[in-house]
Ligand binder design. Structure first.
Ligand SMILES: [Zn+2]
Length: 542
């Protein structure tokens, strides 16, 4: 999710579930005013940072999980700052010097606090049966290729001095992938929806290229011996065999192609292997799920250009991604696509009635098309109710604790009014206040408003498997884009998903399909169809 999510509606939903409420500055794309008023979004916004100091931006408001304070500087041209109540703690990665050190200390402490309960929940018991089950799960976890189809990135974490070789406070990076046994990360070239104008397209294209370049720097310059870019399923298997981690590239929102369909091949050449035609807010290609909020549509599904884009995606071997576009867009895309489609990060609407999730009709269409739905571990898409309740209780508790300690909590509006230096200082204090109270918050909320957790997430997998079959379901987190649940709140906790699947009786073969087999099968089919289309076009002299 990302930006735009800050809509009032979504801020209560999305901002909801996490361990701690936190204040974050989040940029919103201007046009997203539209999307944002409609709610829902999951992702960081655009950002190409230019400034080492504190750049980055990020996801939408809801970055629930981490208390990232996004401070700004280097915000994209069509982004605006917005302060949102977000939840969860962890991090910020852009504080210079002392502030950074303090922050990391806080973070380390917080990580411990947060992980303790998970250990209890997920059972480090001496019980023999439990130990046996864990051993079995661990064996399976190590033997299958684990693949997460949706991880957001900020270009500020792809520099010579700061990158994924370090255990940054991001939910995904090389040390965390190693620790949790996550083998493949689909890194996302996300662009928040902006104005449908030449200037808007130009800025969006630049943002997309910055992100492609960042991912290439990681695999070619910063960590070529640790992680490689895969373009095919064979690449994934080869890299895994070599003991390397794997990066793949997905494009979230086709907005950056503007009106030039040739850019689809260009993106394929840059490594893109899936693309959605819209994010939150209607694009020039497709209507967004956010249209449900006010019933205002731009294209009544796909635009003419969007329909042509589907054909180009098929031709160049890029999987069509249905996460974020509207239901009508998705049904049209499935009908038009000559190859199987995916939903890179979506839940089951029958379990959580959010416009970002897929209803049974869409699920059935994806099954018939041979595609795959990658269930998403994003709190407010997993359980709106739990997420909203936790947000509400968290905010009340934070206010109570602040009053007791004499900590003055500022409103969003007041924070905005502060000069930048004071704003930074406030965030630092706020972060410390929150970290100090983390155990109290956890304890007080655990019964009245339990966090959305891995069990809730796996309920979506169960539902999807029952509804459309084990061959059409996969796994995604939306990490660093607002995703994460208790128990799987960073790549370092990836084993907990496998453990829960084993606990529910899934076999090794089934788990292998869920973790990567299905998605890679679809990629193979998409690439086969692309070769056929290219051959036919060549024959026809096109
Ligand atoms: Zn998203």
């Amino acid at each position: 999710m990302q930006n735009g999510e800050q809509s009032s509606e979504s801020s209560s939903e999305d901002g909801g579930s996490s361990e701690l409420a936190t204040l974050a500055i989040v940029p919103l794309s201007a046009e997203n005013a539209n999307a944002s008023s409609q709610g829902a979004s999951d992702r960081p916004t655009v950002i190409s940072n230019t400034n080492n100091a504190i750049p980055r931006i990020t996801k939408n408001s809801l970055a629930h999980r981490s208390g990232q304070l996004y401070s700004r500087k280097g915000v994209h041209p069509f982004a605006r700052l917005d302060l949102t109540l977000v939840s969860l703690p962890f991090t910020q990665d852009h504080f210079p010097g002392e502030q950074m050190k303090q922050f990391l200390t806080t973070l380390a402490l917080f990580s411990i606090l947060v992980s303790l309960p998970s250990a209890v929940v997920f059972g480090q018991t001496n019980d023999k049966a439990e130990a046996k089950l864990r051993a079995k799960a661990l064996k399976i976890h190590k033997s299958v290729i684990t693949l997460d189809t949706h991880n957001d990135i900020s270009t500020s974490n792809f520099t010579d001095t700061r990158n994924y070789t370090q255990d940054l406070d991001t939910q995904v990076n090389i040390p965390k992938m190693r620790k949790g046994g996550l083998d493949v990360s689909w890194m996302v070239v996300y662009t928040g929806q902006g104005p449908l104008t030449e200037d808007g397209y130009t800025a969006a294209y630049k943002n997309a290229i910055d992100k492609f370049d960042a991912i290439h720097r990681l695999v070619e310059k910063y960590a070529p011996n640790e992680i490689g870019l895969a373009l095919t399923s064979n690449d994934v298997r080869r890299l895994s065999k070599e003991g390397k981690l794997v990066a793949m590239i997905g494009v979230e929102n086709g907005y950056p192609i503007g009106t030039d369909l040739n850019r689809i091949k260009e993106f394929a050449d840059r490594g893109a292997r899936y693309m959605s035609l819209a994010h939150n807010g209607h694009s020039q290609l497709a209507d967004s799920n956010t249209g449900e909020a006010d019933g205002v549509w731009l294209n009544n599904g796909l635009s003419d250009l969007g329909k042509k884009a589907i054909a180009e995606l098929n031709k160049w071997g890029i999987m069509v991604d249905l996460s974020h576009p509207s239901k009508q867009s998705n049904l049209q895309a499935i009908a038009l696509s000559k190859a199987p489609v995916i939903a890179s990060h979506s839940g089951a609407r029958a379990l959580c009635d959010h416009s970002r999730n897929l209803d049974d009709e869409q699920l059935e269409a994806i099954r018939k098309n041979g595609g795959v739905v990658q269930a998403v571990a994003f709190r407010s898409y997993v359980s709106k109710e739990k997420s909203a309740l936790r947000s509400e209780k968290m905010n009340a508790l934070m206010a109570e604790l602040a009053a007791k300690e004499g900590f003055k909590m500022l409103s969003r509006a007041d924070i905005f009014k502060l000069p930048e230096a004071e704003r930074e200082a406030y965030f630092t204090k706020y972060q410390a206040f929150r970290a100090k109270n983390a155990p109290i918050i956890r304890e007080r909320l655990k019964d009245v408003a339990p966090d959305v957790n891995v069990q809730d997430f796996v309920n979506h997998i169960d539902y999807l498997v029952k509804k459309i079959g084990i061959d059409h379901v996969g796994i995604s987190s939306d990490f660093d884009g607002g995703g994460g649940v208790e128990g799987w709140d960073s790549a370092a906790e990836t084993f907990n998903v496998t453990l829960e699947l084993v606990r529910r009786g899934y076999t090794k073969k089934q788990i292998e399909k869920l973790w990567s087999g299905n998605l890679l099968r679809v990629l193979d089919e998409v690439q086969k169809v692309a070769r056929e289309i290219q051959a036919a076009d060549r024959k026809a002299g096109k």
